[in-house]
Design a protein around this ligand. Structure first.
Ligand SMILES: C[C@@H](O)[C@H](N)C(=O)N[C@H]1[C@@H](O)[C@H](n2cnc3c(N)ncnc32)O[C@@H]1CO
Length: 147
């Protein structure tokens, strides 16, 4: 799994079009979303993650919690982003993993939104620009590589 974490004043998105034949079913309300004072986490789920999804979810949540506590962010935006890797997991496997990351972060007490899966989306992001505002993490079952 590849994650790009951007501490932002806000992240907002608007669903534009289907990017998969069968994207995630979403409500009218989910077609637009915004969070302020947010840790935006752009995630590419990778093929290797399918070998041990549970471990990857645990490690991703631990890394996100660590960064969130360093930047003092309580709001987290999990954003499916298929552009951080050339070895992508299947859409079914990726969606399951992203939903599990979302649920575990909620269980940890964060205010979490997850952008809809399988769509082209317009988005606006306002990066805060401090030294910890832009970080990346690579998570592979069995190890975690930091930037
Ligand atoms: C397109 C661009 O504007 C948009 N931002 C986009 O990336 N859309 C992606 C993800 O929502 C999702 N998706 C499919 N496979 C994956 C995967 N392995 N990991 C994460 N997301 C995935 O399916 C879409 C098409 O790949």
């Amino acid at each position: 799994m590849r994650m790009l974490l951007i501490h932002s004043d806000y992240l907002e998105y608007e669903v534009k079009d289907k990017a998969l034949k069968k994207p995630e079913e979403i409500s009218e309300e989910q077609k637009k979303g915004r969070l302020d004072e947010v840790l935006a986490v752009f995630v590419s789920v990778e093929k290797v993650d399918e070998q041990n999804p549970e471990e990857v979810v645990e490690k991703a949540v631990a890394e996100i919690k660590d960064v969130a506590s360093q930047v003092k962010a309580q709001n987290i935006f999990v954003y499916p982003f298929a552009h951080l890797s050339s070895e992508l997991a299947s859409p079914d496997a990726a969606l399951k993993i992203l939903k599990a990351v979302e649920e575990k972060l909620k269980e940890e007490g964060f205010n979490v939104k997850r952008a809809p899966f399988g769509y082209y989306k317009a988005f606006k992001l306002s990066c805060k620009g401090h030294p910890l505002a832009e970080l990346s993490r690579t998570i592979v079952p069995g190890e975690v590589k930091k930037e």
